[in-house]
Each structure stands twice: as structure tokens, then as C-alpha cells.
Design a protein around this ligand. Structure first.
Ligand code: AMP
Ligand code: ZN
Ligand code: FE
Ligand code: FE
Length: 274
């Protein structure tokens, strides 16, 4: 059994539509796929339908952008009721917050003589997008010859720590976790950084965090081991996923996966039979 619990579609900053991603995952021999778009659930209905068609299990998810003690972090929500009105209220707000944030980033770039219009970013994001993100901006920067590649755009202009980067402050982490729980979901800290892991973990656990994303293709074995030990110490579930955004962006889908044995407690807490 092969599972990937972290992927993105055109509803946020992924390249494939929800149904394309599901078809791709099936062709890549995955048995279970969680779809975790940034701050939106807009792709989930289509993905669930495609899952039935392709006989692949889809876990409805979301990746919520938030901050804990002023530090930006991402909280994954799994097995959410994506029609819950609290959740859709949040995603509607977040979509606007992301547009405001993009406009702020564009004006900061303009002050560095880098001129991109919001329409250019929206065009790169395509008609299906619900939440606007930095990868859309990176694509616009490449199209307009301000960067040679997506990586170059992040490295020189819009990556974390650059003056043009504006973080999304729609929610505090405890609110993000509360929202996921109220929507019936399991909250998991995505790609926790070791430098802040011990510092932030207690407050997140108090808020109801249930798990840590341990297995990731980009993490070193030492990193995996450390996060896993923290999960054990705090009695948290472990999960894993590729954070796949599209063909050609990182390793191929299906190359990285976790097994049901790796994440058995997570599956049983989500009442998922595999
Ligand atoms: P946002 O939520 O709009 O801040 O965008 C975050 C997304 O940007 C992540 O999910 C990645 O897809 C992408 N990203 C962040 N840093 C980099 C980087 N250094 N190179 C390429 N993509 C990146
Ligand atoms: Zn992303
Ligand atoms: Fe993330
Ligand atoms: Fe992600």
C-alpha cells in the first residue's frame, strides 16, 4: 500500500487540476492520496469524484497558513468536512487575504524596479485557482524575464527573508488547529523546522495538534529521526507526504510514498480502512 498525504492542485499553486492529479496518482501506483491545497477546499469535490472513477482513495485535506508566536507555519487538516460552513468562511477570508498580500508583494517588488501586475499573476494562476500564492508570482516573474526559473525567482526575489516576501497572517496556529478540529479533522504540523520544533510544539499541542509530518522526500534521515522522536515524546501521530506541486517540480509523483505501517495510528484515528 502506497500513500502520499501532501499534494497541491490548481485550486492553489499546483499545476494539475484535481482530476488530473488523481489520474496521475493512480498511474503512479499510489493507493491513497490526500489533497492539501493552501487555504482552500475548492478542489476537493472534483478530487473525490475522480477518486471514485479511478478507484483511488482520496483524503480530503487542507494546508492552513498561520503563525505561532510570530513564526510562520503550515498546519495540515485531514479528514475534514470540507463543506463545513466555518471552514468555507475561513477559506473565503483567506482567499481575499492572499490577494491583498499579493498586491503588497507587487508594490514591494515595484520599489525594486520589478514590475508585475496582479492580472499577470492571476493569469499564471489560471481559471481554477481559488487561492493565490508565491509560485504564481514566480511564474509571472519568469514570463516577464525578471527571473530565469521558479527557483531563481524565489532565490533572488520572493523567497523567505527577502524584502518583497509578505507572510500571510490570516490566523494564529491555535485558531487554525481549532478550525480543523471543528471541521472534524486531524491537525498535523507540516514540514516542521528543527530550529523551532521544540519551541512551538507545546503551544500547538495544547491547541489540539495531533500529529507531525515526519516523512518527506526533502528531509534528511537525521531530520526524519528527530521529528519522529519529538512525535513519540509528545504522543503525536506521524504522517508523510511529498508536497507535490506538479510534473517537473521536484521528484516524480509516486516515487516518494509512505506505507500503511508507517502511519498506522494516523489511519486508525482517521477511521480509514485500507
Ligand atoms: P505561499 O503560501 O504563497 O507563501 O507559497 C508557498 C509555496 O511556495 C510553497 O508551498 C512552495 O510551493 C513554494 N515555495 C516556497 N519556497 C520556495 C522555493 N525556495 N523554491 C520554490 N518554491 C518555493
Ligand atoms: Zn505550495
Ligand atoms: Fe507548506
Ligand atoms: Fe504544501
Amino acid at each position: 500500500m502506497k500513500l502520499d498525504l501532501h499534494t497541491h492542485t490548481t485550486a492553489s499553486d499546483g499545476v494539475l487540476s484535481p482530476s488530473e492529479l488523481v489520474g496521475f496518482a493512480k498511474a503512479a501506483n499510489l493507493d491513497v492520496l490526500a489533497i492539501t491545497d493552501h487555504d482552500t477546499v475548492a478542489g476537493l469535490d472534483e478530487a473525490l469524484k475522480a477518486g471514485l472513477k479511478h478507484s483511488i482513495q482520496i483524503i480530503p485535506g487542507i494546508e492552513v497558513s498561520c503563525s505561532a508566536s510570530g513564526i510562520p507555519c503550515h498546519i495540515l487538516g485531514y479528514f475534514i468536512d470540507h463543506q463545513s460552513s466555518m471552514l468555507t468562511e475561513y477559506t473565503t477570508k483567506a482567499i481575499h487575504a492572499r490577494e491583498d498580500r499579493m498586491n503588497e508583494m507587487l508594490s514591494r517588488l515595484a520599489s525594486q524596479d520589478v514590475f508585475v501586475d496582479i492580472e499577470d499573476v492571476i493569469e499564471e494562476a489560471g481559471p481554477d485557482r481559488s487561492s493565490l500564492g508565491r509560485p504564481h508570482l514566480a511564474r509571472a516573474l519568469v514570463s516577464k524575464n525578471y527571473a530565469s526559473s521558479i527557483g531563481d525567482a524565489f532565490n533572488r526575489l520572493i523567497g523567505d527573508g527577502h524584502p518583497a516576501q509578505v507572510s500571510i497572517r490570516a490566523l494564529e496556529a491555535h485558531e487554525a488547529i481549532g478550525l480543523i478540529r471543528k471541521a472534524g479533522g486531524i491537525a498535523v504540523w507540516a514540514h516542521p523546522r528543527l530550529e523551532v520544533l521544540e519551541e512551538l510544539l507545546p503551544e500547538l499541542v495544547i491547541a489540539g495538534l495531533r500529529g507531525l509530518e515526519v516523512y518527506r522526500p526533502k528531509s534528511s534521515p537525521e531530520h526524519v529521526q528527530k521529528v519522529k522522536e519529538s512525535a513519540e515524546k509528545m504522543d503525536l501521530l506521524v504522517t508523510g507526504g511529498s508536497d507535490w506541486h506538479g510534473p517537473g517540480l521536484g521528484a516524480e509523483l509516486g516515487k516518494f510514498y509512505v506505507t500503511a505501517g508507517d502511519i498506522s495510528q494516523f489511519l486508525s484515528e482517521g477511521q480509514m480502512s485500507t
